[in-house]
Write a protein that binds this ligand. Structure first.
Ligand SMILES: Cc1cc2nc3c(=O)[nH]c(=O)nc-3n(C[C@H](O)[C@H](O)[C@H](O)COP(=O)(O)O)c2cc1C
Length: 451
């Protein structure tokens, strides 16, 4: 029985009835993505017959909040404390001499497109893309490890594009490039919920070894092995590792690519990876993620910790929802126990300042379920007055993933304080309740009803 990475994930999904298995042939060009999207990328799927390949493809693994909590062995209520604890107390990893990832080591005749069932998702995408590869690099000065999820455009032969949208990576690569030196990299496929979550922590903000945060999260050391040709460590139980270099002073066009918010990111020159070695398990499973908000849940969960921590310093925060509709980054709903009149506005300022990405925030009282859009809308309808309770901040920096910001170059941020007033007026907001409503057992009245 496997404990770490994709095979353990698939076992658990199967055991808990979450995995759909497709034995009908699907085309990796458009069709596979279309099937994933049918259930909004929230239903994990294993495709056993992918046209042109003998390799199975798995997708939509980490896009549903309930399933993701199950894979992390955490409840909604526990999540923030558990994630903060893992970030504050990283634990050592374990380096093994050998691991299943070393079952096959290919060093010659690498042709990525013909060897892998890499999907193409949207009509105007420039190529097929590895959409959820875990990029592993090491700081050559300090030896510190960095892991993050990126997309990789398939190019000819052993080449793929590397989209380096990280301040650390950009700096590191530019320093090496100025000395005409390559950057060693590995791209990992076949990871699990813990490693994905850890990978979403910002290196620029926290500077953590994300492998060690992963060990703390999973409650046992993450098992790693050394790469075959580069000085990097990778998960011993992963499915694929692509080892190689980013050569200095080489660029190829990347994009267009249909990104998470459903718009095409534009074409631009980007560095490339030359893959020198592929390690893979026997009967490897190719992991993909449709580019959509749902697959960015892991990123949103980390953002929820960040917003929560900000708010904790300002108000009595109860819970935070970084919402799917806002791509798990642009929209926040937070509930607070309001103690002072200014708490709603303080909370708005705290949330908007937590990240350049956050664009709109709604603050509600703790009696509102922030994961129920109808309840949030109800609070906006009944507790919010725009001339008093709206905060608008123009001319702010936004996100390049959001076209209305890209068009203007700046963003207008907005906060809605939908909390009820304190004091005597509070009585007007008492919610009507049915006594003992929670105790009603509906099966008593309709014995055959399912739910
Ligand atoms: C499915 C998925 C795909 C992602 N694709 C990209 C990408 O193509 N480029 C990118 O810069 N970040 C991407 N991200 C976000 C980064 O992985 C994330 O911001 C990470 O924390 C960056 O780590 P760093 O601070 O060490 O650079 C993706 C995240 C997920 C969950």
């Amino acid at each position: 029985m496997e404990r770490q990475m994709l095979r353990a994930t698939i076992d658990k999904l199967k055991k808990n009835g979450y995995l759909e298995i497709c034995d009908v042939e699907v085309d990796p060009k458009y069709e596979l993505g279309g099937v994933l999207k049918h259930y909004k990328n929230e239903r994990p799927m294993l495709f056993n017959k992918v046209r042109g390949s003998k390799t199975s493809v798995v997708g939509a693994l980490f896009g549903n909040r309930e399933i993701y909590y199950d894979l992390l062995n955490v409840t909604h209520e526990e999540r923030i404390a558990k994630f903060i604890n893992a970030m504050m107390n990283p634990k050592p990893t374990k380096l093994l001499d050998k691991g299943p990832i070393m079952e096959n080591i290919l060093t010659r005749n690498i042709d990525l497109k013909s060897m892998l069932p890499v999907p193409t998702y949207h009509g105007k995408d420039s190529s097929s893309y590895i959409t959820s590869g875990m990029l592993v690099v090491k700081d050559p000065q300090t030896g510190k490890r960095y892991v993050s999820v990126r997309r990789f455009q398939m190019l000819k032969g052993n080449k793929m594009s590397a989209l380096i949208a990280s301040p650390f990576l950009t700096r590191e690569f530019q320093a090496l490039e100025s000395k005409n030196k390559p950057l060693e990299v590995a791209v990992v496929l076949g990871y699990d919920a813990n490693l994905l979550l850890a990978s979403q922590i910002s290196s620029e903000t926290y500077g953590l070894d994300k492998y060690e945060v992963d060990s703390a999260l999973r409650g046992e050391p993450l098992e790693l092995v050394k790469c075959h040709s580069v000085d990097l460590e990778v998960p011993a139980h992963a499915e694929y590792v692509f080892e190689g270099i980013i050569p200095p002073n080489k660029r190829e066009l990347e994009g267009p690519f249909g990104e998470l918010m459903g718009y095409y990111g534009s074409q631009a020159p980007h560095p490339i990876i030359e893959v020198k070695v592929i390690m893979h398990r026997n009967n490897p499973i190719f992991q993909t993620a449709f580019p959509c908000p749902q697959e960015h849940l892991s990123n949103g969960l980390i953002r929820e910790i960040e917003v929560y921590s900000r708010l904790k310093a300002l108000v009595d925060v109860k819970d935070v929802n970084v919402t799917i509709g806002g791509g798990y980054r642009f929209h926040v709903v937070a509930s607070i126990h309001k103690k002072f009149d200014g708490d709603g506005k303080s909370a708005i300022l705290g949330v908007l300042a937590s990240s350049t990405d956050v664009k709109h925030v709604v603050i509600v009282d703790e009696d509102v379920n922030i994961f129920d859009h109808d309840e949030v809308e109800g609070a906006m309808a009944s507790r919010f007055q725009a001339d008093h309770d709206l905060v608008v901040i123009g001319g702010a920096l936004g996100s390049g993933l959001e076209p209305s910001h890209v068009v203007r170059g700046i963003t207008t941020k907005m906060g809605l304080d939908a909390t009820k007033p304190l004091g005597d007026d509070c009585i007007k907001f008492e919610k009507a309740r049915i006594p003992n409503f929670e105790k009603i057992d509906i099966k008593k009245y309709f014995p055959n009803i399912e739910k």
